[in-house]
Design a protein around this ligand. Sequence first.
Ligand SMILES: Cc1ncc(COP(=O)(O)O)c(C=O)c1O
Length: 392
Amino acid sequence: MKLNKQLDQIRESSTVAMADRVLALKASGRKIIPLHVGDPDFETPHAIVDAAMDALTNGDTHYASSRGDRELKLVAAEKHLREVGISYDPESEIQITHGGIHAYYLALQSILNPGDEVLIPDPSWATHSNMATLLRGVVRRVPAPAENGFIPPISSWEAALTPKTRALIVNYPSNPTGVYPSKEYLEKLQTFAIQNNLWVVSDEVYQNLYYEEKPISLGAFPEAKERTILLNSFSKSYAMTGWRVGYLLAPKGVIKRAIKASQNSITCVAPFIQKAAAFALKDAGVQKEADAMRAAYARRRALVLRVADEYPKSRLKLTPPQGAFYFFLDFRFLGRSSLEICEEILDATGVALIPGSAFGKEGEGFARMTIAASDADVEAGIRAIFEWVGER
Ligand SMILES: Cc1ncc(COP(=O)(O)O)c(C=O)c1O
């Protein structure tokens, strides 16, 4: 029997492969320090859980509109106006989605035709390329080497351009590197998009997780609003990864198509989840809890750097992330593949990491370590890694 060929072009997720390996090791009684998955170790704030329970009790248990809950779209628009300064019409320019990944799917489904080319920095979250391939787009990676702070020089975007290029896809703060560029750079990127008539798809799921100056949204440039598509999610900022809710901010024509794609794939996001998400955006107590989570990530980031200070002679040198919740550890001095390094670290120390090569060629030699884990695990994990390096 014939099967879909498009899926054969996609490698299995290394994150999932590592998670499977970790489960197998745990089942054999091994103690594992889980620094591989990008899932906050915090519980979802209880007030959000209560809001979902209330909605369930009040009968929000049937089909909802494919367009998304009106109130949720309204508060999402208000948040965006407050934080980024650009207004979006909740009825025609916002779509509620099944998490950030579905927002990304809807964005690409709404703009790509088979054979259209998309430009994606290397390294970047694997789904960015995989989804484009699934939807029969052609992916061109734009090198974002460590030597350039993991940001592609504008000349590299220009070099990757062809007459078939339709979109550029970026994610700042970045998974896996934690970097985000200056306003001047983003301005240049938008100018490049305008000059070449490209869509700009900006994955901003880590926008509220930062440790330095507040990152600028690619949606902050009014002259580019008609070509900019922003995606956001509750997963990371509110520790709501399992709730599967996010949203898309985009021009009317995109949202019209996104609604059709949603209607014919998921029907709607569960209404009680949408009610709880609206509550999360409105409630001052929830905002305080979200701020406390961000403060905890900042504390763990400092903790990692303090441990690193204890190993001044180590060949492992750390670059602290500006945002998101990952360190991208540079093991290139070992001259071996990221996969081998991660497997060896897991076997020798029990610390689970994700090979940098999972994010692209420019990630080879690196490994991603999350700080969305307990302080104790983060401290024990980074210490074990330094001890392991010390012997090499
Ligand atoms: C860059 C990036 N975008 C999107 C997502 C997906 O988030 P969600 O749980 O909202 O689907 C992730 C999750 O790891 C991510 O790292």
